[in-house]
Design a binder for this molecule. Structure first.
Ligand code: MCA
Ligand code: AMP
Length: 509
C-alpha cells in the first residue's frame, strides 16, 4: 500500500543532506535547520507515543507561535495523529467546548495558561496535558533528547485525517473541519506550482498565526515543498517586517498587513528589491490597497481566495493580469461554478453562490453528519456561502456573502455566537451583531441592542460581561442602543439595513 502520510511529502528524508540551510529563522533564537527536521520530529513523535497518542487520536494545541509548535505539528502527522490547533485568543470558556467536542488524547497549552486551563472540568477528562512555551519551554519537550527518535512514518490512507480546524457556524457553535492527508497534500502541491515557487531560492516572510489554514498550511507547506527559509515572526510587527523585507522573496498576508504597511513611510520599492511575490487572502483586498501598493512598490499583490473547508480555491495568475477586486481562476484540479438558490448554474457575469468540487474539499464536520450534508449539493458540490461572479474567461470576483459572517483582520466571526452571549445580559431584550467597515481590520464588530426596560444599560455594561466568555477579537468595538430592530415581513432582522445605518461608525471616530 502507498503511504499517503503528508509528512512524507513535506519532510520525509528529503532534507537529510540539506547541510545547514535554515528552515525557521526566529528573531533572537538559533535558526531551526532543514537537516534537523527529521531527527527533531522523530524525537517529538517518540514523546507523543510515550503519551499513548495513537493514529487517529486528536492532539489539541493552544500554544504560541514558535519553531517547536511547527515541529509538534509535523510530529503529529508522523505518528498519524490528528492535529487540532486553537486560536490563542480563545478564552477557557471557549476552549472547554473544543475539548468536549474533539476529545483529545493530549492537550498542549502555554505554561502561563496551565492554571486556568488544566482545571477546566473538560480538561480533567483529557488523558494527558502538557505545556509548550514560545521558547520551547514547558514540560512537553523536557528530556526528549534522551528518547530514541521514532523512525517510522505511520501509514496513512489518502482520506485519513491529518487535522481538524474549528470554524464558527451560523448557529453559533463551532464545527470541526476534517482535513485529510490528501486534501492538504494536493492543495500544497498545486500552490507550489501555480505560484512558481523557486526551490531552495525563495525566502518566505511569515507573520501570520499558525492555527489557521493561511499561516499553517498555505505558507508552511509551500516553504517545506520548496525548501525555503522562512523569516518566522511571532506576529505582525511593522519594525520586524521592515527589517526582514530586504532578505525575503515572498510574503503572504491578510489585507490588514498591506494597509498597515502602506501607512508606514519606510515601505519603498528599494526595500522590496529582492521580493518577487506578495500574496493576499482570507478577506477582501480593497482595489485601492492593490493600486496604492503597486504605485509604492511596483508589485501587483496576487489575491487568492480560500476557506478552511477547502484550502485554496482560486488564485490570480502568476503570469498575466492580477486584477484588483478579483480572486482569479479556479486552481488546477478544482471545479468552481456559480449557482442560484436552487443549484442551477447562473449565466456568466451574474451573481450567485460559489460552489466547488475537488481533491481539496474537506471530509465533513467532525461528528456532525447532518451539518455536513446541509453544506453539500447533489453531485458533491460544496456550497461556499460566498456570493460571486464568474466572467467569460472564468475569472471570479467575490461580491459578498450569503452567509452571515464578519471577517475582521482575517478572523471569522459569526454574529450568532455574540448575539447569544449579549442576549443573556440582564436588561437586554434582544441584539443584532453586524460587521461595519473599519480602516484597519476591514470589518469590525458592532452590536445593536434593544433593552427590556428593566434596568439602565450602557456600552460598558454590554462589553464587560463578555470578557472571559468571548475572545477579544470577537467582542463588539461599538454598541448602539435602539428601540427596536428593523425586521422584514417574515420577522427576520434586516442586517443589511443595520450595516447600512452604521456604515460610517468607525470613520466618524
Ligand atoms: C486583534 N484584535 C482584533 C483582531 N486582532 N480585533 C478584531 N479583529 C482582529 N483580527 C484586537 C485585540 O483583541 C486587541 O484588542 C487589539 O485588537 C490589538 O490586538 P493586537 O494583538 O495588538 O493586534 P494585532 O497583533 O495588531 O493583530 C491584528 C492582525 C491579526 C495582525 C490583523 O489579527 C492577524 O494576524 N490576523 C490574521 C488572521 C489570519 O491569519 N486569518 C487567516 C484565517 P484589545 O486592545 O481590546 O484587547 S484562514 C482563512 O481565512 C482562509 C482559509 C483563507 O482564505 O486564508
Ligand atoms: P475561513 O472560514 O476562515 O476559512 O474563511 C473563509 C472565508 O473567508 C471565505 O468563505 C470568504 O468569505 C473569505 N475569504 C477568503 N479569501 C478571500 C478573498 N480573497 N476575498 C474575499 N473573501 C475571502
Amino acid at each position: 500500500m502507498t503511504n499517503h502520510n503528508l509528512y512524507l511529502r513535506l519532510v520525509g528524508d528529503r532534507f537529510e543532506k540539506a547541510s545547514d540551510q535554515p528552515f525557521l529563522i526566529t528573531p533572537g533564537r538559533r535558526p531551526l535547520l532543514f537537516s534537523e527536521l527529521d531527527r527533531m520530529t522523530g524525537l517529538i513523535a517518540a514523546r507523543l507515543q510515550s503519551l499513548d497518542v495513537d493514529p487517529g487520536d486528536r492532539v489539541m494545541v493552544q500554544v504560541a507561535k514558535s519553531p517547536e509548535s511547527v515541529l509538534v505539528y509535523l510530529a503529529c502527522l508522523r505518528v498519524g495523529a490528528i492535529y487540532v490547533p486553537l486560536n490563542t485568543a480563545y478564552t477557557p470558556a471557549e476552549v472547554s467546548y473544543f475539548i468536549a467536542d474533539a476529545k483529545p488524547q493530549l492537550f498542549i497549552c502555554q505554561p502561563r495558561e496551565r492554571e486556568s486551563l488544566f482545571t477546566l472540568p473538560q480538561a480533567c477528562d483529557v488523558p494527558h496535558t502538557r505545556t509548550l512555551g514560545s521558547e520551547g519551554d514547558g514540560d512537553l519537550l523536557v528530556g526528549i533528547e534522551s528518547l530514541a527518535p521514532e523512525v517510522s512514518v505511520v501509514e496513512r490512507e489518502a482520506d485519513d485525517l491529518a487535522a481538524i480546524l474549528y470554524t464558527s457556524g451560523t448557529t453559533g457553535r463551532s464545527k470541526g473541519t476534517m482535513l485529510s492527508h490528501h486534501n492538504l497534500a494536493s492543495n500544497a502541491e498545486v500552490l507550489h506550482g501555480y505560484w512558481h515557487w523557486q526551490d531552495r531560492y525563495d525566502v518566505l516572510l511569515h507573520a501570520l498565526p499558525v492555527f489557521h489554514v493561511h499561516g499553517l498550511f498555505v505558507a508552511l507547506h509551500c516553504a517545506l515543498l520548496g525548501q525555503s527559509s522562512v523569516h518566522f515572526l511571532a506576529q505582525f510587527n511593522p519594525d520586524q517586517i521592515i527589517d526582514s523585507l530586504p532578505d525575503c522573496t515572498v510574503m503572504m498576508g491578510v489585507p490588514t498587513f498591506y494597509t498597515r504597511l502602506l501607512s508606514d513611510s519606510r515601505l519603498t520599492d528599494q526595500l522590496c528589491s529582492k521580493m518577487r511575490l506578495f500574496i493576499s487572502g482570507s478577506a477582501p483586498l480593497l482595489a485601492e490597497t492593490h493600486r496604492e501598493f503597486e504605485q509604492r512598490t511596483g508589485f501587483q499583490i496576487l489575491e487568492r481566495y480560500g476557506m478552511t473547508e477547502a484550502g485554496m480555491i482560486t488564485s490570480n495568475p502568476y503570469h498575466g493580469d492580477r486584477l484588483a477586486g478579483t480572486v482569479g481562476f479556479a486552481l488546477p484540479g478544482v471545479s468552481v461554478r456559480i449557482v442560484d438558490n436552487n443549484g442551477d448554474e447562473m449565466p456568466r457575469g451574474e451573481t450567485g453562490v460559489l460552489e466547488l468540487k475537488g481533491p481539496n474539499v474537506f471530509k465533513g464536520y467532525w461528528q456532525k453528519p447532518e451539518k455536513t450534508a446541509a453544506e453539500f449539493r447533489q453531485g458533491g458540490w460544496f456550497i461556499s456561502g460566498d456570493n460571486a461572479i464568474m466572467d467569460q474567461t472564468g475569472r471570479i470576483s467575490i461580491v459578498g456573502r450569503a452567509k452571515d459572517l464578519i471577517i475582521s483582520g482575517g478572523y471569522n466571526i459569526y454574529p450568532k455566537e455574540i448575539e447569544a452571549e449579549i442576549d443573556t445580559i440582564p436588561g437586554v431584550a434582544e441584539s443584532a451583531v453586524v460587521g461595519v467597515p473599519h480602516q484597519d481590520f476591514g470589518e469590525a464588530v458592532a452590536a445593536i441592542v434593544v433593552k427590556d426596560g428593566s434596568r439602565q444599560l450602557d456600552e460598558q455594561e454590554i462589553i464587560e460581561p463578555l470578557q472571559g466568555r468571548l475572545a477579544r477579537f470577537k467582542q463588539p468595538k461599538l454598541v448602539f442602543f435602539v428601540d427596536e430592530l428593523p425586521r422584514n415581513t417574515m420577522g427576520k432582522v434586516q442586517k443589511a439595513q443595520l450595516r447600512d445605518t452604521y456604515k460610517e461608525s468607525f470613520s466618524s471616530k
